[in-house]
Design a protein around this ligand. Structure first.
Ligand code: TRP
Length: 326
């Protein structure tokens, strides 16, 4: 089970860091992937763009290979049972621990006018998202580890107080090290909010992709054979490894080693390989976004699967809590 906030455009880092994991998991496990539309209301109360943002997230993930016939792909707000479980878990979550959450403190700083209780209990709703399916594996990045630990805490408190209902959800990844996609300016990784010219989005036009890649930082090249690469050059090779053929990578590696590398050629090649990688995904996203009936059908099918699983869990929860006198 995992959740995706419907804010902003997906980039190459999301693709290699998260979506590729989902696409592999759907072949092996019973998966639930959820668009966290209710969570987005904690910081984005204005809903003018919500519908198109939700459609975009659905379309981008499907274009990247998430298959709504294999995994349940649904919207959080379509599964009312989650809100009921959230209420029960709220009784097991302490004000002090919620106030100490790193993401809460960060968001409270960013939105001092709107420090609402939904923001404070964001991790409780996230725990409900996971526990409503009694999920055990949650593919998430490092930034979500604290939320996941809180989900385990709430699950354990529930189990202790009312009897065993929930397994402990654990973070899950195929590779030991998460794939970090470096940004094009040589600093850090691609991200939604930082330097947009250093991040490649799945929605970028071919021209924009070329422009961004050609602006990537290089230098005048190595002067001694077998020299170590500076970070920003290592990053360009990392990107090449993600989207180019082994032949192309090998050629530029050996050009580097014998000091004959021409970074202009390297970037032109990388730009074309990026265009060939991102272009077809972008076109697919646009086609899916234009097909509202298809998107509706996806959401309906996902919601039906998610509701079935959620109803079964809530029957256990109500019984365990002692709400069984009707
Ligand atoms: N908080 C997550 C994020 O910011 C999104 C999310 C909501 C989520 N519910 C979830 C992730 C349940 C994993 C499981 O990315």
């Amino acid at each position: 089970m995992s959740g995706i906030r419907p804010t902003g455009f997906l980039h190459l880092g999301n693709y290699f860091g998260a979506i590729r994991n989902y696409v592999r998991m759907q072949e092996e496990f019973e998966c639930f992937f959820m668009v966290a539309d209710l969570h987005s209301l904690t910081t984005h109360p204005d809903t003018k763009e919500l519908k198109s943002n939700v459609h975009r997230v659905l379309a981008e993930n499907i274009a990247c290979g998430l298959d709504p016939d294999k995994a349940a792909f649904y919207c959080q707000s379509h599964v009312y049972e989650t809100s009921e479980l959230y209420l029960h878990l709220n009784m097991l979550a302490y004000k002090g621990e919620l106030e100490k959450t790193v993401t809460f403190k960060e968001k409270a700083r960013q939105h001092p006018q709107n420090i609402n209780a939904g923001l404070l209990t964001y991790p409780v709703l996230q725990a409900a998202d996971i526990l409503i399916h009694r999920a055990s594996l949650v593919p998430v990045g490092k930034d979500q580890e604290q939320h996941l630990e809180m989900a385990r805490t709430f699950a354990n408190r529930f189990n202790h107080r009312y009897g065993d209902v929930f397994p402990e959800p654990m973070a899950f990844n195929y590779s030991q090290e998460l794939v970090k996609v470096p940004s094009l300016d040589g600093t850090g990784k691609m991200s939604k909010s930082e330097n947009q010219m250093a991040t490649l989005y799945l929605a970028d036009s071919d021209e924009m992709i070329r422009k961004k890649v050609m602006k990537a930082k290089t230098d005048s090249g190595p002067t001694t054979p077998g020299a170590e690469k500076p970070d920003y050059i290592t990053n360009i090779f990392l990107l090449l490894r993600l989207v180019s053929t082994p032949d192309v990578l090998g050629k530029f590696e050996s050009d580097y080693d014998n000091c004959s590398i021409r970074y202009g050629d390297l970037k032109k090649q990388l730009a074309e390989d990026m265009v060939n990688f991102i272009g077809p995904i972008r076109e697919k996203v646009n086609a899916i976004m234009n097909d509202e009936n298809y998107l509706k059908a996806v959401m309906e099918k996902g919601a039906a699967k998610a509701r079935e699983s959620s109803r079964a869990t809530m029957a256990l929860v109500r019984e365990a809590v002692g709400l069984n006198y009707f």
